[in-house]
Ligand binder design. Structure first.
Ligand code: SF4
Ligand code: SF4
Length: 311
């Protein structure tokens, strides 16, 4: 049987900062709340969230023969994660200032899998990096890595919320599973709710995607005048993603910066690129400078539209 301590050691060697292991289970309560959230329309046009709902909450149905989930996390905090100069019109969420994390985390999971395979050649596994219907934040709580904050993100005691998650689902049992993280440490704090420029944080530790800048700058068409419950929305200087509800969180204040070389130092600092420079940029230069980053997902034209909509 695989030993938990060995898996965790190999995860650290693969570059992860956090690792917890859980048996496959069905998150019935979460499925109930998620279905209610979707039915309330808070998912906006993120229709992909509605697919494979039964599998999303039951890893055993997602991967045949699955027995355990190795939940891994990597700290990506950079100085820019903690904020921008007042009035900066070209803010980019700090995760996006690096190479696309889907690629990076997949490579790290492949390294972990290869190491485990050396120990147990019969092992079969499937890797997930935010790309499949997996309830990764809840899995991370079950794996003892942290709690879900009021802004709906995982907060870990050691690294705060600037943590990227990924999972290796394996068809073997492990000698010792982690205990779930009990309770929330948010207490009476409401800083994230107060800091959100669009009031997008709901009382149920979930987000109104219609109002969330992360979606408004990346997923949605840039027409901000569309029917948003609760009044107008704006982008508050963000041109890709938004970190406001994280940079204000007291649990991020004293956490260390990333040490993993995939995230430190970041590939660029958005403060050094003016709005005019973005507007003048050619597609060739964009591909050359940002082709490896998540900015490619929205594309140059979308970034330019986001800037223009804030003129
Ligand atoms: S990412 Fe920005 S807009 Fe979305 S909930 Fe957080 S602070 Fe609000
Ligand atoms: S800002 Fe406060 S309420 Fe929000 S997630 Fe952090 S600790 Fe919780």
């Amino acid at each position: 049987m695989l030993k938990s301590s060995i898996i965790k050691d190999l995860a650290l060697r693969a570059g992860f900062d956090l690792c917890g292991i859980v048996p496959c289970c069905h998150f019935a309560e979460n499925e109930h709340y998620f279905r209610e959230w979707l039915a309330s329309g808070y998912g906006a046009d993120l229709y992909y969230l509605e697919r494979n709902l039964d599998k999303r909450f039951d890893v055993g149905r997602l991967v045949e023969g699955a027995k355990s989930v190795i939940v891994c996390g990597v700290n990506y905090k950079s100085p820019r994660s903690m904020g921008y100069p007042a009035g900066c019109p070209t803010k980019v969420a700090s995760y996006a200032c690096n190479r696309d994390y889907h690629t990076t985390l997949k490579q790290m999971l492949a390294t972990l899998y290869a190491s485990l395979k050396e120990l147990v050649p019969s092992l079969c596994a499937r890797a997930f990096t935010d790309s499949a219907p997996l309830l990764e934040k809840q899995l991370a709580v079950q794996a003892g890595l942290g709690w879900i904050g009021r802004q709906s993100l995982l907060i870990t005691p050691r690294f705060g919320s600037f943590v990227l998650l990924c999972e290796l689902v394996i068809d073997h049992e492990v000698d010792c599973y982690d205990s779930p993280f009990e309770g929330s440490r948010c207490g009476e704090c409401r800083r994230c709710v107060e800091a959100c420029p669009n009031g997008a944080i709901l009382p149920t530790k979930s987000i109104d995607a219609c109002r969330c800048i992360s979606r408004l700058t990346i997923e949605k068409s840039p027409d901000l005048t569309s029917e948003c419950v609760g009044g107008d929305v704006g982008l508050a200087g963000w041109i890709f993603g938004c970190d406001e509800c994280q940079s204000c969180c007291p649990y991020n204040r004293t956490t260390p910066y990333a040490t993993n070389l995939n995230f430190a130092p970041p590939l660029f600092d958005p403060v050094e690129i003016s709005a005019e420079e973005w507007q003048r940029m050619s597609e060739e230069l964009f591909a050359e400078r940002f082709g490896q980053t998540p900015l490619l997902r929205s594309g140059l034209q979308r970034i330019q539209q986001n800037i223009k909509s804030q003129d």
